[in-house]
Design a protein around this ligand. Structure first.
Ligand SMILES: [Zn+2]
Length: 298
């Protein structure tokens, strides 16, 4: 088990770890990328083929994997389905919230004096705290560890990232006009800026799952194109001592002919020091948090 790995295995340790969480991105069932929706995205194909291992998402229960349990598991290392008995979608219920508030990755790292952060900014027209029952797993973990989330002011200072990367949904849908759109290159620079002030940085992207549920094929491809461009810039800017990881909670967008989650494995993409350890030890969503903590603190 990850928690018991001897520290001598960590000969290659990163100075800092960026975890790019992508909701609803599974590996195609047949694993034949060139026949899948990923076929026209060469960088994603390369990452999935040569820089990733598959992770199981079922968490030892039957039923289709869901976000509340999957994300709680990723962020804590505890099998959330063992707490609920089944996969739960939407926002974490009380047992999941308790788990997130007591043992999330930010808190675990803070115990070792590791600087951790959540890079996403929250933008609301009326600045009120988010209703408790509408808080995602990442929001609950962030509030419990830091007491606040990043805001529009952080965005404007290049000290946060909006969940859609370039703020295109802010301008088009939310009616927010005083936060200008940025390029993918700027978005990557902003994320790197936050990342380099810390030892662990989490970013959450969830439009993959949103459009996996309700998008057309073209919209799903546009989302994948956006991720591809962003990670290209991220990996170009990565320094030698930095570990960048991409992981998901369950499949969805990889099967564009329907609009439901899948039981497919998800990729754990990793580039940088520590990746051999991750690829050797990481098999399930439960392994992610313990391995990151080990890599940064052992
Ligand atoms: Zn979903």
């Amino acid at each position: 088990m990850a928690a018991h790995i001897h520290s001598e295995l960590f000969t290659e340790r990163p100075s800092r770890v960026l975890l790019f969480f992508v909701d609803g991105l599974g590996l195609p069932h047949s694993n034949v990328l060139r026949k899948s929706i990923f076929a026209e995205f060469p960088i994603l194909c390369e990452l999935l083929q040569s820089h990733a291992v598959p992770l199981a998402t079922h968490l030892n229960v039957s039923g289709t994997p869901q976000s509340a349990t999957g994300q709680t598991t990723i962020l804590t290392g505890t099998n959330a389905c063992a707490l609920t008995g089944r996969p739960l979608s939407g926002f974490p219920t009380r047992p999941l919230r308790r788990c997130l508030e007591s043992e999330n990755i930010f808190l675990k790292l803070q115990n070792y004096d590791c600087q951790a952060t959540f890079a996403n900014a929250y933008v609301r027209r009326h600045e009120r705290s988010l209703q408790r029952n509408l808080q995602s797993a990442t929001t609950i973990a962030t509030l419990s560890a830091f007491g606040r989330t990043r805001t529009a002011d952080d965005l404007l200072r290049g000290n946060a990232l909006y969940h859609d990367l370039t703020r295109w949904t802010l301008v088009d849908h939310a009616g927010v006009e005083d936060v200008p759109r940025i390029t993918q290159q700027e978005a990557a620079r902003h994320l790197m800026n936050v990342f380099r002030q810390h030892q662990f940085c989490l970013f959450e992207y969830f439009l993959t799952d949103v459009y996996g549920h309700r998008g057309t094929l073209d919209q799903k491809k546009a989302i994948l194109r956006s991720i591809e461009e962003h990670v290209r810039h991220l990996f170009e800017q990565r320094q030698e001592d930095e570990l960048i990881m991409i992981v998901s909670d369950h499949g969805n967008i990889e099967e564009p002919d329907h609009k439901y989650h899948t039981r497919n494995s998800v990729p754990l993409v990793a580039l940088g020091p520590g990746r051999d350890t991750l690829f050797r030890e990481c098999r399930s969503l439960t392994d992610i948090t313990p391995l990151i903590v080990q890599l940064l603190t052992a």
